[in-house]
Each structure stands twice: as C-alpha cells, then as structure tokens.
Ligand binder design. Structure first.
Ligand SMILES: [Zn+2]
Length: 108
C-alpha cells in the first residue's frame, strides 16, 4: 500500500544520511509506491542523452530518487530538519507538526 509520506512536493527538505547528508533542496516529486522522493540538486546522476530533433543530446545531470527515510522537512520555525507528527486542527484539516517545537509545518 502506498501510504502518505512525511514530505510533500514543494517542501524544503534536508538530507540526513548518505553522500548528500546535510544538504537542502526542494522536493520536486514524491513517489509514494516506492517511498522515494526526488529532491532538487540531490543525488545527481549523469545521464547520456541521445540527440533528437527536440534535444541536443550529450551528458546531462539529473536527480535520482532518494528514499524518503533519508530526508526530513526543514521546520520554518526552528530552521532545522524535524520529524513530524500528524494532527487535525480545529476544523478537521490534517496538518503536520514539527516534533521539535510543535508548530505546524505549512504546505509549500
Ligand atoms: Zn520546529
């Protein structure tokens, strides 16, 4: 079952393990089935592209997906990567709370 991740498209996230640890970037894509995310500037791979009438071809850098467990959203209040808690506000809307300071982490 593809369940919801703790990060969503547009979030600013920080990588917490692996080669890109400590780097921040924006979430470009979320792949819930694989529990992976594509983050701008993170996990860049070189890809050799054949020239077509539309593109020039050559070697381009492209982000490869990283596992969701390796990134955390950056809390705008703490300015630090934070685990999140799920919560429903008074109107019943689901929101994410920073596990560190308890304030909501807004959608991008
Ligand atoms: Zn916080």
């Amino acid at each position: 079952m593809a369940s919801r991740l703790h990060v969503r498209k547009g979030d600013l996230v920080q990588v917490i393990s692996g080669n890109f640890r400590g780097q921040r970037g924006k979430v470009l894509r979320v792949l819930p089935e694989k529990r992976r995310v594509v983050v701008e500037g993170i996990n860049l791979r070189k890809k050799h592209v054949r020239a077509t009438p539309q593109t020039e071809g050559g070697i381009i850098s492209l982000e490869a997906p990283v596992h969701g467990s390796n990134v955390l959203p950056v809390c705008p209040h703490c300015d630090r990567p934070a685990r999140t808690r799920r919560h429903r506000d008074a109107e019943g809307h689901a929101e994410r709370l920073c596990a560190r300071c308890g304030k909501p982490i807004p959608k991008a």
